[in-house]
Design a protein around this ligand. Sequence first.
Ligand SMILES: [Zn+2]
Length: 288
Amino acid sequence: MICGIDIGGTFTRIGAVDETFTVHDLQRVKTSEIADDFSAFLKAYVKTHPSIHRIVMGFPGVVNPQTHAIVKIPNQPALERLDIQALGRALNLPIDIDKDTYHLFRYDQRKGDLLNHLNLLGFYLGTGLGHVMYLNGQIHYGDDFAAAELGHQALKHGEKPCPCGLKGCFETVVSGHYLAHLHETYFKTVPFDDLFRQTVDSDHRDVIDTFVDDFAFIIASQMHILDVRHIIIGGGIPVMKDFPKVQLVDRIHVHLRKSHLIPANIYFSENPTEQGVIGAAIAGYEKE
Ligand SMILES: [Zn+2]
């Protein structure tokens, strides 16, 4: 079995995944509670699951899957000190690492029956804004494995600080972080989970409309630049109750500047909790 690990900005999920991509003993812990001693956490899990023969981990930031270096994890900097090669030697198991969104993408590619598309873009709106550029049949990693950091792109130099250290990143206006800020500022009396449902007639609904429109603009820009009509929209926000999917799709079409990209072919990910764990295992089994 392959041990799949999905290290999120907020929660980490771990499970043992068999060849039919069924997860056994899925566990969820707060990332902040294990970030300082991740090795101990992983060793304890592996010890109780002797059938594990490989480990695949997804990180919420930039990592180098070839050298196993963890380059930048803005939301959990403690993880940048993790020595993957030493960990692999200590456990006597091969360990592969990649960006978490690439594992979510691999899951959606199968689940959405999208494996036959040579060009496909993924947009994952969760705590941050994750992106995948799958071009000519493979993920585009870039020169230093830091491609597709769309959430840290900027239209112009805004002043809002981002956890990554830069200012004015897209994530400062399109992310779960920012949505939590809107909730706190305008809709405090509404439960966060009901944010989209209960604010339809609110006087402040325009801030939600702007949030959706900004997300649509970013998606349409990438589709335009890369000339790709097939996309995946995933992450924890689009699966919230009454997330305005129709409005998002309409706004994407408004912002698209090439008629042949319309209608966009959009697959909305179901974003099950074990998605990153299974996606990590898919990447691992593909190597074998
Ligand atoms: Zn940033």
